[in-house]
Write a protein that binds this ligand. Structure first.
Ligand code: CTP
Length: 408
């Protein structure tokens, strides 16, 4: 049995999180300074983005001095030709504080009129919006409807408070307290319990060449593996995704593209000192002994293709395991899922097997949904009913976190 390998205690929820702090034009822009300072103090990497209006209320130098990067104000500045997509794609979280009626409404309707609204539309990260405006504007049916629209889409709204507004008016519309905004940001980010850990995820189905044009492949789409990589990244891990799938990799992960089982094996061994290795790839079990360099012609008759077994990467890792590494394998079964998963745990020396019944509807290969049974070496079994592959990824890393926090 291996030694205790708990998650690093130094990991604070915001440590290492890449946060875009959007500031739009209102008197409350000055409070973004306090939001920025609190985020940076909590260990976040903050990129401030100000609208043109915001720069009339707050000098960009102030935010630049406090943030992790200089303020961005325009789509067109600097050497980076596409800051809106880069910042949007690589952010773990976008916070807009204060958010004016204009930015609320532009975002609700998908209008991209400046750098900030471009980022909001380009990102897939969670977004926190803290509106601030005059009471009449906050209560206007158009603004209220747009806020509702954003909330229904999963945007985290930090409602304004009642208090003194610009020009001496008193009413609803004052920006929420910076501490409240930072608390909402922390909650929206979710657990960052893999901060400081290195996670390797394999994905997709390997292709084993028969000749110059033909391969032995399988039905794996790589969706589950890519979703696992995204989840590990979201939780703060440094992620290497070794993928045989022709799909876009999540932003911010290190990607190694491979084709064959042997290429995947070499790539995994190069990073086998990781803290967590999740073998979700459908690695070919057999490959042609002698792939032909040229194309086999029909005229030469029906070929006999001799196969040999590939090396089982997971079993190899399990046999020479580093005590600190948590090893996760997958099992695609068509019956007796839990029993076969238990056998695989032992045969492969893994800490956890994620097993699915691929004969069930909408499960596993090629589907956007999955239903799995998580079978851990310490005897814990969890059934995850049919859900999205993103939700399965959350459950898998919850289980990895549980295993790592248990003294084994
Ligand atoms: N695996 C591996 N290297 C291989 C084959 C599989 O690392 N050459 C890993 C997969 O990534 C997965 C697990 O092993 O994590 C799947 O186990 P496997 O024995 O391949 O499952 P099945 O193919 O379903 O095996 P069986 O037909 O024996 O049930």
């Amino acid at each position: 049995m291996t030694a205790a390998t708990s998650l690093p205690e130094s990991a604070t929820p915001l440590a290492g999180a890449r946060i875009v702090l959007g500031v739009s034009g209102g008197i409350a822009a000055y409070k973004s300074v306090e939001v920025c300072r609190r985020l940076v103090d909590a260990g976040a990497h903050v990129t401030p983005v100000m609208t043109e209006g915001a720069t009339h209320f707050l000098g960009p130098t102030t935010l630049t001095a406090l943030a992790s990067e200089p303020v961005r104000t325009s789509l067109w500045e600097g050497a980076d030709a596409i800051p809106h997509t880069r910042l949007g794609q690589t952010a773990d979280l976008v916070v807009v504080a204060p958010c004016t009626a204009r930015v609320v409404s532009a975002y609700a309707h998908g209008l991209s009129t400046d750098l900030l609204t471009n980022i909001l539309i380009a990102t897939r990260a969670p977004v926190v919006v803290a509106p601030a405006m005059h009471t009449e504007m906050w209560e206007h049916p158009a603004v209220a409807a747009n806020i509702e629209l954003l909330a229904a889409r999963g945007v985290h709204i930090v409602p304004p408070e009642v208090g003194r507004l610009a020009g001496g008016d008193v009413g609803a519309g004052r920006l929420a307290d910076p501490a409240t905004i930072v608390a909402a940001a922390t909650a929206a980010l979710g657990p960052r319990d893999f901060s400081g850990l290195r996670v390797v995820v394999t994905a997709g189905g390997t292709r084993e060449p028969i000749d110059a044009v033909r391969v032995i492949a399988n039905r794996s789409s790589g969706r589950q593996g890519h979703a696992l990589a995204a989840e590990a990244q979201r939780r703060g891990a440094a992620v290497t995704l070794i993928t045989a799938a022709e799909r876009v990799a999540p932003a911010g992960v290190d990607v190694v593209r491979v084709e064959t089982a042997e290429e995947m094996r070499a790539a995994v061994h190069a990073v086998a000192d990781a803290d967590v290795i999740v073998m979700s790839a459908a690695v070919a079990d057999f490959r042609p002994v002698a792939p032909q360099e040229a194309k086999i012609k029909k005229a030469d008759g029906i070929p006999t293709i001799e196969l040999e077994p590939t090396i089982d990467i997971l079993a190899e890792l399990g046999a020479s395991r580093r005590p600190a590494t948590t090893l996760v394998g997958f099992a695609a079964e068509t019956s007796d899922v839990e029993a076969y998963a238990r056998a695989k745990l032992v045969a492969k020396g893994a800490d956890l097997i994620v097993a699915n019944d691929v004969s069930a509807d909408d499960v596993g290969f090629g589907h956007t949904t999955n239903a799995v049974t998580l079978v851990a070496a310490d005897g814990v079994v969890r059934d995850i009913a049919l859900t999205s592959k993103d939700a399965v990824s959350v459950a898998v890393f919850d289980e990895v976190a549980r295993i790592r926090s248990t003294v084994r």
